[in-house]
Design a protein around this ligand. Structure first.
Ligand SMILES: Cc1cc2nc3c(=O)[nH]c(=O)nc-3n(C[C@H](O)[C@H](O)[C@H](O)COP(=O)(O)OP(=O)(O)OC[C@H]3O[C@@H](n4cnc5c(N)ncnc54)[C@H](O)[C@@H]3O)c2cc1C
Length: 465
């Protein structure tokens, strides 16, 4: 049938799938995005409750760059997608804080000099080593496939103060590391540049407006999106992919297939799972969202002056799946309205993220799950209030999601937000026309996953470099 064959099919309408779709639609013919949910966005989407539009993921976008910085990743991305960067209004973060033991703080902003000053003041013996690290991070090429290199060992060879290493690692790990305890040095470099060199910003509108813009662009270029269209299996002749079978058992054929559902998820669709080449990620999170009427009533310096707090109550930080349902000993507290010039509403949000144990959330009855949400939500709030001061009495609406919610709405098994610990840097698979884009290709976050979609189309399908 004429309408069942496409040059390119993309599994997943998250940010990597949409970016890959737009890039291909600009040059190629007939591209289809298949998304199992009724709206796009995947991990970074939205929903409505009591007249509030709640964003599922968005704290901030990383990789900030002003419109004139031509070579910056954000601006390259906009050019690749033929979207106007000038019309994309952005708001930079106030500043963010890494806070250990509730009193040792390192502030950073979108200007690396603040972090340098903070380290010079609080770790004077390590400022030269930190400058060496900046040089290493600038010169390292993280994009060429390489053997795994331990970040902790590499950093220990440069910086002697282990507390400083832990403080620098916390934001980078919690915003993009799929491994427990350590991370690949290439991944560290990507995250370091995205957070400390480039920094945080938010678009003027919500994630819904951003997603709407991408879908509109894709459709205007002739691309087709089908929602509520879960791929049930990938069909191959052993060497090449010939198409996909949908949940309703209808079949579509294609010349090329991009999967954005992760490597374990893709293996499952190929019925290749017995090989288990790609392990499931262990890191997942519980996120609580609180809506307050206005921040002006608060005297908290954090609520007024900071964008994101990365905290650890202990002086050592180990990034791993907790043995309890959540670990409130370390986490992220985000104020998504605290960006320069952002005027979104009369309401003010606080978002708290803690690492979570998927199995403990999954293996419960409905009642136990509800009780766990209440109990651990209270605990996470108690810790947060010790840091930023009391806020809960003013909350007008709250919600939370767990690893089980993440799994349900994104298909990421075990709620593994950052995918498998094993990344495929070149996106290539054992099939000559099947490519992995998004989280398991190794670029993370919104800008990262979009760049991944574009890069996989350029390198593997259009052969543009
Ligand atoms: C709580 C949380 C907070 C976050 N905060 C931030 C942040 O502040 N800033 C930031 O930059 N990043 C953040 N991220 C990370 C960011 O959201 C992701 O890195 C990015 O969205 C990943 O996009 P993706 O396209 O690779 O994957 P996904 O978003 O997972 O997209 C995959 C898509 O595939 C669909 N799908 C799955 N299986 C099938 C199937 N069988 N058939 C069809 N469709 C299928 C899913 O429904 C999904 O839409 C956050 C993530 C979470 C969960």
């Amino acid at each position: 049938m004429a309408d069942s064959h496409y040059s390119l099919i993309i599994i997943g309408g998250g940010l990597s799938g949409l970016a890959a779709g737009i890039r291909f639609a600009r040059f190629g013919e007939s591209v289809l995005i298949l998304e199992k949910h009724s709206i796009p966005g995947g991990l970074n989407s939205y929903y409505y409750r009591k007249n509030f539009l709640l964003e599922t993921g968005l704290h901030a976008m990383t990789n900030y760059a002003g419109p004139k910085e031509r070579h910056a990743p954000l601006n390259r991305l906009f050019r690749q997608l033929n979207l106007s960067r000038k019309k994309f209004i952005t708001h930079e973060q106030f500043s963010s804080r890494i806070l250990f033991q509730n009193d040792l703080a390192l502030d950073f902003s979108n200007d690396i000099s603040l972090l340098k000053e903070e380290i010079a003041a609080k770790f004077p013996g390590s400022i030269d080593s930190f400058n060496t690290l900046l040089k290493v991070v600038t010169e390292y090429d993280p994009f060429t496939p390489k053997k795994w290199v331990s970040t902790r060992e590499t950093l220990a060879g440069i910086i002697t103060e282990s507390l400083l290493i832990d403080m620098l690692l916390l934001p980078l790990m919690v915003y993009g590391n799929s491994e427990e305890h350590d991370m690949d040095f290439g991944q560290f470099v990507i995250m370091f540049r995205s957070l400390y060199f480039e920094g945080f910003f938010r678009p003027d509108g919500t994630i819904k407006e951003f997603l709407d813009m991408l879908v509109e662009k894709f459709r205007s270029l002739g691309g087709e999106v089908r929602y509520k269209s879960a791929v049930d299996s990938i069909v191959s002749d052993g060497k090449s992919i010939t198409g996909v079978r949908l949940a309703d058992q209808s079949q579509l054929s294609c010349d090329n297939l991009i999967s954005t559902v992760g490597t374990p998820g893709t293996e499952k669709l190929l019925n290749d799972r017995q090989q288990e080449i790609y392990p499931l990620g262990q890191m997942s999170f519980v996120e609580s969202i609180f809506i307050l009427p206005s921040k002006n009533k608060s005297k908290s310096k954090y609520i007024n002056d900071y964008t994101i707090i990365f905290y650890s109550l202990a002086d050592q930080f180990d990034y791993c799946r907790p043995t309890l349902p959540i670990d409130p000993q370390w986490g992220v507290i985000c104020f998504p309205e605290n960006f320069h010039g952002l005027h979104r509403s009369d309401y003010f949000q606080i978002r708290i993220t803690n690492s979570a144990n998927y199995d403990l959330w999954k293996n419960t009855t409905k009642d136990q799950y509800k009780q766990m949400k209440e109990k651990w939500g209270r605990e996470s709030r108690r810790v947060t209030e010790e840091i930023i001061g009391k806020f809960y009495q003013n909350v007008v609406y709250e919600d939370s999601f767990t690893p089980v919610t993440i799994e349900k709405y994104t298909g990421k098994e075990c709620g593994a937000v950052y995918g498998s610990p094993l990344k495929i840097k070149d996106g290539k698979t054992a099939y000559n026309n099947l490519f992995i884009a998004g989280t398991d290709q190794g670029y993370l976050g919104i800008v990262g996953s979009m760049l991944s979609g574009v890069t996989m189309v350029n390198q593997n399908i259009l052969s543009i470099r």
